[in-house]
Each structure stands twice: as structure tokens, then as C-alpha cells.
Design a protein around this ligand. Structure first.
Ligand SMILES: Cc1ncc(COP(=O)(O)O)c(C=O)c1O
Length: 362
């Protein structure tokens, strides 16, 4: 094996204390974590060990200057109980895209995938068996030099931990198109999954909540005109039978969602026309007023698909047709759910059964 990963298994599993019928998102943590340290220009000290706290120097650079990037993905069990990952190599690639933007070292993509197999394999009993439940996986990397001064850190830590999560039954969401704050400007960090992007979005999200909306619909930073994305989701519109979604290449500000990419492939394969292009809020208003705005939905790892029930823009509310009347977004969601459960032919080769590397005695 190319990498030596030291494995220390817990002697006090917490598994029996977890109520799998009542799993709030992100509050329970599985027994083990994967950790690697970047020192002297190399990733080293690769290990899987019982989940525990890290000692933090007060000058840890990530806390001051924000070099921190992360991923979010899920492992699920197929209908016959086999643990599965979904497009793990895409997450490895996106983590490195984010790392490069923040002047952080890349993490070897084959090691990222190997670590996922090992960690999820060891904690496979933590994958909730119920339909729709999953093991949420959080890989992340942060700067660890204890240093005061603005420069890239010389040392970093890469960690993967996991959380069992219950089925996600998203209610249709209401969106407020934001015309004061921005999430991302061209040339900024919006395309990266950088911790700071989420910090910057918290105040506008809270203000939108106080006005009665679930999430912010982000518009471009220059003209407040072109639609970017929503909270932690990419966004799709169905206008007159055609599917339209903002184009990350043109905008240069949007996170390249892996669910987004999957849904585009699935819909095109099913014969739907999907346009990746600039879409302005004015076009959405015009489509709504003409009775042609048939569906709006967000896509992301957590919910897969979240239906949008209304969008507010400059004091006007656009109400969308009821979910029962929608065709495309429910199809896309159940397609991905069925793929993950092993109930649909995986013609794209996205579903990866978890394996334990033979060379490692776990
Ligand atoms: C800002 C943002 N946009 C979009 C997404 C959807 O990405 P994915 O489908 O890879 O989960 C996420 C979630 O990771 C996100 O945080």
C-alpha cells in the first residue's frame, strides 16, 4: 500500500448510546476520525483514532486569518445493507480546488478516497439503516501554525469525522432575493468551500429569517441582477418546460455542487433540456408573471432537492405552483435516493461500495 495509516480502535464505543430513531443533524459523532498533519512540505502522521478534541494554541492561524476549507458528503446503506459512498473523488477534487484558492497545500486525492473507505468501513455500524438516513461525512483542512502575522501557514491538519443523521424531510422553502449584502464577488472565494464564506452569510441569513424567509437567494455583486445560489444549495428553475441553472464558469462565484452536477446529468439523460447560463432575477419575475415559472428547487448533499415555495424580490412575492404539480424535481430527487439505496442501475458509475484495504489490519 502506498500510504501507511496507523489505526487505533476505540475500546469504548459510544454506538449503543445513540438513538437511531431520533438523530438531530450534526449533533452525534461516530467513534473514529481520520487525521493527517502537514509538516515540512509533506502530509504525514496519517492515522485513524478515537474521535477526541485537539489542543488549540491561541495563535492557531486558522482562527485568526481563516485558512479553513471543508467538504460535506454522505455514506448510506444500500437496501441490502452494504455501505456506499457517492462520488467521493469529486469531493477530493473540490477540496483541493478550495485549498488552492486559500494558498493551502493539496491533499492527495487517492489518500482522501482511501481514508474515506477506511473510516466509513471501521464505523460502518454507525450508518443508520433506515431509509433516507445516512452517515454525514465532514472532511476539512485548517492552518495550524501558532503565529501572529498575515501569511500562509506552514503547517496544516486534515481531518475527517462523521455524524449519523436521520432522514431529511425538507419543507418547501421561501427565499429572499438579497439586494444589499452579497455572498461572493468575481475573483473572490465564492467558488471555494471556505469557512469564511459561511461566516459572511450568517448575518444576511439571520435578517432574512427575521423577515420570515428561510434562506437568502444570492445575486451577483456588481449589479444585484444575476442569480448565484441559495444558502448551502445550488438553484434550478423550470421555465416553460426547460431547466435553467446558473453557470459557475460564467459567474465565477458559485460553489460547484456535486448534487447539481449529478442532477444535470440525470435530467439530460432523461431527455430534458438543461441550460447552464446566466439567469437574471428579472427573467424569473417575467416568467412568473407570464405563468411560465413551473418549478424552482435547490440542490445539495443534505436535502438532495429542496422545493422552493416562494421568492421575494423588492417587496414582491412570487408564489410557485404546489409541489404535487411538479414533475422534474421530484423525479431528480427520487433518482438520486434510489441510486444511493442501490435500487437503480448506476449507469454513471457514481455509487462506490465501501471497502477495507486488505493491507491494513482493522
Ligand atoms: C454554498 C453551497 N452551495 C452549494 C452547495 C451544494 O453542494 P453539494 O451538492 O456538493 O452538496 C453547498 C453544499 O455543499 C454549499 O455550501
Amino acid at each position: 500500500m502506498k500510504y501507511q495509516v496507523r489505526v487505533t480502535r476505540t475500546t469504548a464505543s459510544r454506538l449503543s448510546r445513540v438513538d437511531f430513531d431520533n438523530l438531530p443533524f450534526g449533533k452525534y459523532f461516530s467513534d473514529h476520525m481520520f487525521v493527517a498533519e502537514y509538516r515540512d512540505g509533506q502530509w504525514q502522521d496519517l492515522r485513524i483514532e478515537p474521535l477526541s478534541e485537539f489542543a488549540t494554541h491561541p495563535a492557531t492561524m486558522a482562527l485568526h486569518y481563516g485558512q479553513a476549507v471543508f467538504e460535506g458528503m454522505k455514506a448510506s446503506k444500500s437496501h441490502d445493507g452494504r455501505p456506499m459512498l457517492f462520488r467521493p473523488e469529486m469531493h477530493a477534487r473540490r477540496l483541493n480546488f478550495s485549498a488552492r484558492r486559500l494558498a493551502m497545500p493539496e491533499f492527495p486525492e487517492d489518500l482522501f478516497v482511501e481514508a474515506l473507505h477506511m473510516l466509513v468501513g471501521i464505523d460502518a455500524d454507525w450508518i443508520p439503516p433506515k431509509k433516507g438516513s445516512a452517515l454525514y461525512i465532514r472532511p476539512f483542512m485548517y492552518a495550524t501554525d501558532p503565529y501572529v502575522g498575515v501569511r500562509p501557514s506552514d503547517t496544516y491538519r486534515f481531518v475527517i469525522f462523521t455524524c449519523p443523521v436521520g432522514p431529511y424531510y425538507p419543507k418547501p422553502v421561501s427565499l429572499l432575493a438579497e439586494t444589499h449584502y452579497i455572498r461572493a464577488a468575481r475573483g473572490g472565494t465564492g467558488e471555494a468551500k471556505a469557512a469564511g464564506n459561511y461566516a459572511a452569510a450568517m448575518l444576511p441569513a439571520r435578517l432574512a429569517n427575521e423577515k420570515g424567509y428561510d434562506q437568502v437567494l444570492w445575486l451577483d455583486a456588481r449589479e444585484f441582477k444575476y442569480i448565484q445560489e441559495v444558502g448551502t444549495m445550488n438553484i434550478f428553475f423550470v421555465i416553460d418546460g426547460k431547466v435553467v441553472t446558473p453557470d459557475p464558469d460564467q459567474e465565477g462565484t458559485i460553489l460547484r455542487g456535486i448534487t447539481r452536477d449529478s442532477i444535470i446529468h440525470i435530467l439530460r439523460d432523461e431527455g430534458y433540456e438543461v441550460e447552464e447560463r446566466r439567469i437574471s432575477i428579472d427573467e424569473v419575475v417575467a416568467a412568473h408573471d407570464a405563468g411560465k415559472l413551473q418549478e424552482v428547487f435547490g440542490t445539495g448533499t443534505a436535502a438532495v432537492v429542496a422545493h422552493v415555495q416562494k421568492i421575494a424580490y423588492e417587496g414582491k412575492e412570487m408564489i410557485l405552483p404546489p409541489v404535487e404539480d411538479r414533475k422534474i424535481s421530484p423525479f431528480a430527487k427520487s433518482y438520486i435516493d434510489e441510486l444511493r439505496a442501490g435500487l437503480r442501475e448506476d449507469k454513471f458509475g457514481w455509487v462506490v461500495p465501501v471497502r477495507l484495504p486488505e493491507s491494513i489490519d482493522v
